[in-house]
Design a protein around this ligand. Structure first.
Ligand SMILES: Nc1nc(=O)c2c([nH]1)NC[C@@H]1CN(c3ccc(C(=O)N[C@@H](CCC(=O)O)C(=O)O)cc3)C=[N+]21
Ligand SMILES: [Mg+2]
Length: 296
C-alpha cells in the first residue's frame, strides 16, 4: 500500500514568509512604513518563552519591528490592561498578541476585548469572531487560517467535501469550522461528548484534529485517502527521559491510510507563525488604507 503524502508546513510557511518579506520591503521603500508586532508574555512558562522567542525571530526576519513585553507572573490585571491601552494608541504597533494562557488572576476574555480589533492579529476579539462568522473584513485566527492554506494548496477547491473538525475551542475548532463553511465544505464539529467519534471521523474527506490529546485519533478511524490536518502539539516523555512533540493523530497508523497528512512538528505549527506575520501585514495595510497583493 502507498503511504500518505506528507504535507510540508516548514516549506510552505517559508514561501509565505518570503512573500511577506517582499511586501514589507516594498512598504518600507515606497511608503516609509514598517509593520510592527507587539507580543506580551505574562510569566515565565518555558514553552511560552520558546514560542515568543520564535515569533520575535521570524518577525525581525521578514523586516518587521518586534516589540516584546515580558511581565512578571503576578502582574495585576489592570496593569496588563494599561499596557494594552498604550499599545492600542501606539502608531508603531500594528498588531498585538497577548500570549495565552494567562495567569489565573487575569481574565483572558477581558484582555482580549481590550485589544483594538484592528490590531487583534490573533483574531480572538468578538468583533473579528463576528466578522468571520458573518462575512466581514476580519483578522482570522492564525492556526485555522494556516491549516486552510495547507488544505487549499494540497486539494485545490474544497467545495462539497465532508470536513470533520474534532475540537470546539475558540482558538482553533470554531474558527476552523467557519473557514471550512466559507469554502463550501459540509462541516461537522465533533468534541469530547460526541457519540461514536470513530464513525463520525470515518465520513470525512478532511479531518482537522484539534483536541490536545496525544495520538487520540487512530488510523482505523480514517477514510482511506482522506486529508488529515493535525493541529495538536503535545510534548510527551520518551523512555530515556528526553521528550518529543507529537500530534493528536497516531501518525504511524494514519500515514498508512490517509492520502495526505501534516506531521508534528513541521506541519501546522510553522504555518501559525507565518499567518501571524501575514495578519500583522494585513492589519498594518488596513490601518494605513493601503491595498495589498492578493497572492498573500
Ligand atoms: N495569543 C496566542 N496566540 C497564539 O498563536 C498562541 C498562544 N497564544 N499560545 C500558545 C500557542 C501555541 N502556538 C504555536 C505556534 C507555533 C508553533 C510552532 O512553530 N511549532 C513548531 C515546533 C516547535 C517546537 O519544536 O517546540 C512545529 O510544529 O513544527 C507551535 C505552537 C501559538 N500559540
Ligand atoms: Mg475541545
Amino acid at each position: 500500500m502507498t503511504e500518505a503524502t506528507i504535507i510540508d508546513g516548514n516549506r510552505f510557511s517559508a514561501g509565505l514568509r518570503d512573500r511577506i518579506a517582499s511586501e514589507v520591503h516594498a512598504l518600507r521603500e515606497t511608503r516609509h512604513i514598517t509593520p510592527g508586532l507587539a507580543v506580551v508574555l505574562v510569566g515565565e512558562d518555558p514553552a511560552s518563552q520558546v514560542y515568543v522567542r520564535t515569533k520575535h525571530k521570524r518577525t525581525v526576519e521578514v523586516g518587521m519591528e518586534s516589540f516584546v513585553h515580558t511581565l512578571p507572573v503576578d502582574t495585576p490585571e489592570d496593569e496588563l490592561l494599561t499596557l494594552i491601552a498604550g499599545l492600542n494608541k501606539d502608531p508603531a504597533v500594528h498588531g498585538i498578541l497577548v500570549q495565552l494562557p494567562l495567569p489565573r488572576q487575569i481574565d483572558a476574555q477581558k484582555v482580549i476585548e481590550a485589544i483594538d480589533p484592528a490590531k487583534d492579529v490573533d483574531g480572538f476579539h468578538p468583533v473579528n469572531v463576528g466578522r468571520l462568522a458573518s462575512g466581514g473584513e476580519a483578522l482570522i485566527p492564525c492556526t485555522p487560517f494556516g491549516s486552510l492554506l495547507l488544505l487549499r494548496d494540497h486539494l485545490g477547491d474544497l467545495s462539497g467535501l465532508d470536513a470533520v473538525v474534532v475540537g470546539r475551542s475558540n482558538i482553533v475548532g470554531k474558527p476552523m469550522a467557519q473557514l471550512l463553511i466559507r469554502e463550501s465544505c459540509t462541516v461537522t464539529v465533533a468534541h469530547s461528548r460526541t457519540r461514536d467519534l470513530p464513525d463520525v471521523v470515518r465520513r470525512a474527506d478532511i479531518v482537522i484534529a484539534a483536541v490536545g490529546k496525544p495520538g487520540m485519533i487512530r488510523g482505523d478511524w480514517l477514510k482511506p485517502g482522506c486529508t488529515v490536518i493535525d493541529v495538536g502539539i503535545n510534548r510527551v516523555a520518551n523512555p530515556d527521559g528526553t521528550s518529543r512533540l507529537v500530534g493528536d493523530v497516531a501518525f504511524d497508523e494514519a500515514v498508512k491510510v490517509a492520502g495526505a497528512i501534516t506531521p508534528v512538528p513541521g506541519g501546522v505549527g510553522p504555518m501559525t507563525i507565518a499567518c501571524l506575520l501575514r495578519n500583522t501585514l494585513v492589519a498594518c495595510a488596513r490601518q494605513h488604507r493601503i491595498a495589498l497583493d492578493k497572492s498573500l
